[in-house]
Design a protein around this ligand. Structure first.
Ligand SMILES: NC(=O)c1ccc[n+]([C@@H]2O[C@H](COP(=O)([O-])OP(=O)(O)OC[C@H]3O[C@@H](n4cnc5c(N)ncnc54)[C@H](OP(=O)(O)O)[C@@H]3O)[C@@H](O)[C@H]2O)c1
Length: 259
């Protein structure tokens, strides 16, 4: 299949990087407003959105939410009826996508995240009246970029606040712990490696075991040892409720922007 990416920015590039290896993907084309250096020989930069729409079997719309209406109205007349259109825009609902795409039927809404770029993304998808095989096609394309789940549209803002924005929260945690490593005497590079691998390993244990994170935490915490001293500081600093409120605030903002 020929894949087209409208908007070759952060998410557009992440999707292209992941789909390059997909067996069923024959070609990847992309558009931007300005001419950019592609840095990826597997992607062809096209001069117009209309040309991209005409030649693509799957079109990912990866422009900013405020740019999406104009871009969809521009490409809608050029989409083949069987082309699957996937929007990655936060806060843009399926009813808006259907209206802006001028009656084009095959539309899915996705919320990917940045680690799609290295095949470790988390994407959620939803659709309305999309044939199951097209929804599965969209899911399977994102599954090559990490994990992909189909959810109800009513939970898309929640997913935006949790997994869409989530990498930023984790980068903040990594930055802070790296500073702690420097304070404790490590070089920045060593502190960064210690912290990032700790986050990666901890996340993989959560995904690969059925154990509750609280049970895994308990396994690290020796009675009268040092981990509990660190945990007490985190509880005093309200890390738990701060993270909870951060995700809820971002989800609430996403819902406000959608209304
Ligand atoms: N960043 C994330 O982590 C993330 C996560 C989940 C979802 N999303 C969603 O993904 C979408 C893209 O976000 P982003 O962070 O990737 O934005 P971005 O880095 O600013 O990329 C947007 C791209 O769209 C291009 N563009 C703008 N208008 C265009 C037009 N008329 N025709 C063709 N290309 C056009 C821009 O080109 P120029 O640079 O030439 O203007 C740019 O390459 C957003 O809707 C966002 O809600 C982002």
């Amino acid at each position: 299949m020929n894949v087209g990416i409208l908007g070759y920015g952060t998410i557009g590039r992440a999707i292209a990087a992941g789909l390059r290896e997909h067996d069923a993907v024959r070609s990847i084309a992309a558009t931007t407003r300005r001419r950019v250096s592609l840095g990826d020989s597997a992607v062809t930069l096209l001069a117009s959105n209309a040309e991209l729409a005409t030649q693509s079997d799957v079109v990912f719309a990866c422009v900013k939410p405020f740019q999406l209406e104009g871009v969809l109205r521009e490409v809608a007349p050029f989409l083949k009826p069987e082309t699957l259109l996937v929007s990655t825009a936060a806060s843009v609902r399926l009813d808006q996508l259907h209206a802006w795409a001028n009656g084009h039927r095959l539309i899915a809404r996705a919320m990917p995240n940045m680690p799609c770029r290295i095949g470790e993304g988390m994407t959620v998808l939803c659709a309305r009246e999309l044939p199951p095989e097209k929804l599965e096609l969209a899911r399977s394309l994102f599954a090559t970029l990490g994990r992909a789940l189909i959810i109800d549209e009513s939970l898309m803002d929640a997913a935006t606040g949790l997994s869409g924005c989530g990498p930023a929260y984790i980068y903040l945690v990594i930055e802070a712990l790296t500073d702690a490593g420097v304070k404790l005497g490590f070089s920045h590079a060593v502190a960064r490696e210690l912290v990032a691998q700790t986050v990666l390993g901890s996340a993989r244990m959560v995904l690969e075991s059925d154990e509750h994170p609280a049970a895994l935490k308990m396994a690290v915490t020796t009675p009268a040892g040092c981990t509990v001293d660190g945990l007490m500081e985190l509880e005093d600093g309200k890390l738990r409720s701060t993270l909870l409120r951060a995700a809820v605030a971002a989800a609430t903002r996403s819902a406000e922007l959608a209304s």
